[in-house]
Design a protein around this ligand. Structure first.
Ligand SMILES: Nc1ncnc2c1ncn2[C@@H]1O[C@H](COP(=O)(O)OP(=O)(O)O)[C@@H](O)[C@H]1O
Ligand SMILES: [Mg+2]
Length: 254
């Protein structure tokens, strides 16, 4: 079974950047093969990895729901999803990508989602790591499109309000049916001098466990602006260096 690391947090708090840098770290540390899952409807993990999907899972489920309505005798929904899942998978060197897409249409997706979960469980067996870039509301985890998560990283910007939002997501995670092994906070885009004492106090009050801090890195902004994959960021860039430390600590704790 693959080791699953999910990343959640409010929009704009650095989830996708952290997910892409985690994929980079795992590739550099013998963690391949990796399945990267973009579970944020505002999907852009593929761009940071330099991979583009042909079809998203949401589009595929839409097609499957219409197929059921048409009651095609030639192909069951199950066969159709399995067949189309291959088109939805972008295969790269050491890393494959699945983009969930969405939001879902008004139809009933329960059956399709159950099928998807079944395929995801089967699929994830072929990988050493699954890295999931989630949305703030943890919809995919609450729908249990994945069976269990070993580590949930919750991202926050370096503000009290941001930390309070992260704490809400962290609490939400404890109420899901999905089993989550460990939960950590990662503060991103932090000022050079580290976290202000007000923020440290807020973190202590929240009860979240701080795994690490990613500093503000102009190279990340530059690469984002130019649409360049993060694999090309210099190894000496502050965000890459900080993430290396963060993921080294994560490996030790797991
Ligand atoms: N460490 C960092 N330093 C500077 N800018 C960052 C850093 N991490 C993320 N950003 C920028 O913040 C914005 C949001 O980051 P992103 O990873 O897309 O967040 P999310 O996926 O949570 O919406 C992007 O423009 C990105 O370039
Ligand atoms: Mg994102």
């Amino acid at each position: 079974m693959a080791f699953t690391i999910a990343i959640a947090g409010k929009g704009g708090t650095g989830k996708t950047t952290l997910a892409a840098l985690l994929v980079r770290y795992l590739r550099e540390h013998g963690g391949e093969p990796i399945l990267a899952v973009d579970a944020d409807p505002n999907a852009n993990l593929g761009e940071t990895l330099g991979m583009r999907p042909e079809v998203t899972i949401a589009e595929l489920l839409d097609e499957a729901v219409s197929l059921q309505k048409a009651q095609s005798p030639a192909m069951t929904k199950e066969m159709y999803i399995e067949y189309r899942l291959h088109a939805a998978m972008v295969e790269g060197r050491g890393v494959d990508l699945l983009v969930m897409g969405g939001p879902e249409g008004p139809g009933c997706y329960c059956y399709a989602n159950n099928l998807l979960r079944h395929f995801m469980d089967e699929l994830s067996g072929g990988y050493r790591f699954v890295v999931m870039d989630n949305e703030a509301g943890l919809e995919h985890l609450s729908r249990r499109t994945t069976d269990s998560v070993d580590v949930l990283l919750v991202t926050s910007d370096p503000t009290v309000r941001g930390l309070q939002a992260a704490a809400r997501i962290d609490r939400l995670a404890t109420r899901l049916k999905t089993r989550i092994g460990a939960r950590y906070l990662v503060v991103t885009r932090a000022p050079e001098g580290g976290l202000d004492s007000v923020l440290e106090e807020e973190i202590a009050r929240s009860g979240m466990s701080l795994l690490g801090v990613v500093p503000y890195d102009p190279a990340v902004v530059e690469f984002d602006m130019a649409g360049r994959p993060f694999a090309g960021l210099p190894g000496s860039s502050p965000a890459v260096l900080a993430c290396r430390g963060i993921f080294d600590r994560l490996v030790v704790r797991c």
